[in-house]
Design a protein around this ligand. Sequence first.
Ligand code: ZN
Length: 400
Amino acid sequence: MPVAGGEAPPPLLIFGAAVAAVDGVWSPGWLVAAGGRIQALGPGEAPGGVRTEVRALGSVVDGRGCVLLPGFVDVHVHGGDGADAMDADPDGLRRMARFHATHGVTALVPTTWSAPPAALDAAVGAIAEVVGPVDGGATILGAHLEGPWINPARAGAQDASGIRLPDVAEARRLLGGGMVRLVALAPEMPGAGDVIAECRARGVTVSAGHTEAGWDEMVAAVGAGVRHVTHTFNAMAGLGHREPATVGAALALPELRCELIADGRHVHPGAMAVLARAKGPGGVVLISDAVRAAGLPDGEVDLGGRAAQHCCGAVRLPDGRLAGSVLTLDGAVRRFAAATGWGWSDLARAAAGNAADALGLTTKGRLAAGADADLVLLGDDGAGEVVLTVVEGRIVHHRP
Ligand SMILES: [Zn+2]
């Protein structure tokens, strides 16, 4: 990704933190970023020469009592701070990128939902206007289409009037600008095979979501190139011991990376533990699925012209269905850690590395020399708030 503003960011040294590096946690460790990339990192104290050099030219951050992780990558996020990807508003997308950066997100994929063709074209067009680094916020990586090619029987909170059968001509139009990185569809619907093939030919990752697919259909979908599962357990056919169905296939098939909404509302902590055990550290992708109400006080929320109620950590339609979340990824990491007992290296994969891998991004999602300097520093030995967020070497959030 290019660095915003032309001028390379000044060097940055973080020392004293527990550092979740690719091959283990160093407590303490240190990391130096320069030119937007991670230049060097290691266990113990930063070498004296590095300290002197960075102190002269850039910033030095005392990370004692904190945990340093790769910046979170959210591949499934509809909105935040009052903005929604379906508003097709570039300023709203920037606001969303800034809001989620305060919660440790350094890269995100704004996500659309089922809507008429013109609304989807407009939403993808607005994302194209702001793709790349956002001043003071997370980098926008492209668009995630969640629908319209889903199963109406598993619509969840998606508006039924926007759902339609998979259509390769529509897929070519939406994918034509090269903006779409991820497509969530129901693989059992007629025509899905052609859309999956079209996505794969363009390098777009395909996810099974809002689906009733049975075991055999999921095995066939993986054979066709599906590699991802949309908010596992939610809006899909549940595990049965005679028909393992969508959830069973998601848990059992190693080719699939599984999204999880770890807000404590969408999925029980026990089911989070089941997912963690079945998939292991390489197979879980924490997502927010946040809607515009994330970051706002309780009250009424507009969801594409439908009124929902934001109260007490959840967003619900009048019939009680959950309609997205108000989750942020720092909270997701805390809840998932409590449910699974995973350590920082594995949590870093669930919150960053696996999402980057799902999109085929080799320079994001990991603390390694040469990777993008996308960083998050969590306070109180990792249990606390985001102290610092760094995107491509620039500090975009620093808790006062
Ligand atoms: Zn969603």
